[in-house]
Ligand binder design. Structure first.
Ligand SMILES: [Zn+2]
Length: 375
């Protein structure tokens, strides 16, 4: 498949998996929508952009976004993930700016800005979760696209874990640019060459970003990496050249990409043998997001069937829902676990610290722990 940025045919596959189309908890009535699909990720050897080379059909993606249940920081889940972004927003955004959050989800960042005096706020999302009535923030239920209109020029777009969902890097940038004030900016966060799954169509990294800035009149005014994410501020209309990376550094990156397949296989084998080694003991499997679904889908059905797994989550809205590829209903951690001894704990989310704090607050003790590695 050609590179979705530079059209090069010099591309190579670095990861293949089979995972369900839905990577989140679902209601029983949606069970017929869940299907496994092959997943494949490739690297462009010219511009170093990673991309989903077996994207789901559009109707499948639409179904996913119409029923999207992303993390809900307003319910206290996954808030640590936003600390760095909150710091950057307070520093980079003026209180009178017109700020539009594309893919605002439950409006967590908008409500945070509102709490700090920002009033000129708007959110756009195909399935927004409404904010509490105390917040006077407009949230539109729509996809950001060609037909999106604004009454005035936008000062800042926020694109938090959204850029990787578009099929090409440039189209959404151009659309935002057409609505931006001349001095306007885009504040973004996205996975740093990670998060390989059906919904993510592009896998960015600093090498590709430099190439983008060289080709286009785009400048990166601020850049930081934290854990698995890149956070930056982008402006248009100016070209600023930054020193190129050393050839050997880019080569090392290329090589590391082609080791992802092995790493993924090793993680899968390790998880399967761990589950097998606990065949006779109850397992508390914590987490019902994408990490959890991808991990469950890697375990052969016959092993899953005989394992004694209870899936729990601290998000009460997930209680009673189902996970693709798993039979039992999700239980609410606070009810199921309070005061108990957890013989075996599988942490199937990247929020380990928050989970362990929650467990301590519930007065639970833990025998052994296994952390799922996110591939
Ligand atoms: Zn390319």
């Amino acid at each position: 498949m050609n590179c979705p940025y530079c059209s090069s045919t010099n591309t190579a596959v670095f990861l293949e998996m089979k995972t369900p189309n839905f990577l989140a908890a679902y209601e029983k009535k949606h069970a017929n929508l869940i299907k496994p699909f092959p997943f494949e990720a490739s690297l462009c050897l010219d511009c170093l952009l990673g991309f989903n080379s077996k994207p789901l059909p559009n109707e499948e993606l639409d179904l996913i976004y119409d029923n999207y249940k992303y993390i809900n920081p307003n319910r206290g889940i996954g808030t640590t993930k936003y600390e760095g972004m909150k710091r950057l927003l307070r520093k980079a955004l003026g209180p009178s700016e017109y700020i539009v959050d594309i893919g605002c989800s439950d409006g967590y960042l908008l409500s945070y800005l509102y709490d700090h005096g920002y009033r000129n706020l708007e959110g756009i999302d195909p399935s927004p979760v409404p904010l509490s009535p105390g917040y006077n923030i407009k949230m539109r239920r729509e996809y950001f696209g060609e037909n999106t209109r604004f009454d005035k020029k936008v000062d800042s777009f926020l694109l938090i874990h959204v850029w990787e969902h578009f099929p090409t890097p440039l189209r959404v940038l151009e659309m935002m640019r057409s609505h931006l004030d001349a001095e306007g900016k885009v504040v973004m966060e996205f996975p740093n060459f990670s998060g390989f799954c059906h919904q993510h169509l592009l896998y960015y990294n600093k090498y590709f970003l430099r190439r983008l800035c060289i080709d286009q009149d785009i400048s990166i005014e601020h850049y930081e990496e934290e854990r698995d994410a890149i956070r930056l501020i982008m402006k248009f209309g100016e070209k600023k050249t930054t020193p190129d990376f050393h050839k050997s550094e880019k080569e090392a990156f290329r090589q590391s990409v082609f080791k992802i397949r092995d790493k993924s296989q090793t993680a899968k084998k390790s998880l399967i043998s761990f589950i097998q080694s606990r065949q006779n003991s109850p397992i508390i499997w914590w987490g019902s997001g994408s990490v959890s679904v991808i991990a469950l889908s890697q375990i052969p059905e016959e092993i899953l069937r005989t394992a004694n797994i209870t899936v729990v989550d601290s998000d009460t809205t997930r209680k009673g829902l189902f996970l693709p590829g798993f039979q039992g209903q999700i239980q609410y951690a606070d009810e199921t676990l309070r005061g108990s001894h957890i013989e075996t704990l599988v942490i199937a989310t990247s929020f380990r610290k928050e989970i362990l704090e929650k467990i301590a607050s519930l007065g639970c003790t833990v025998g052994s722990e296994y952390q799922i590695e996110y591939i």
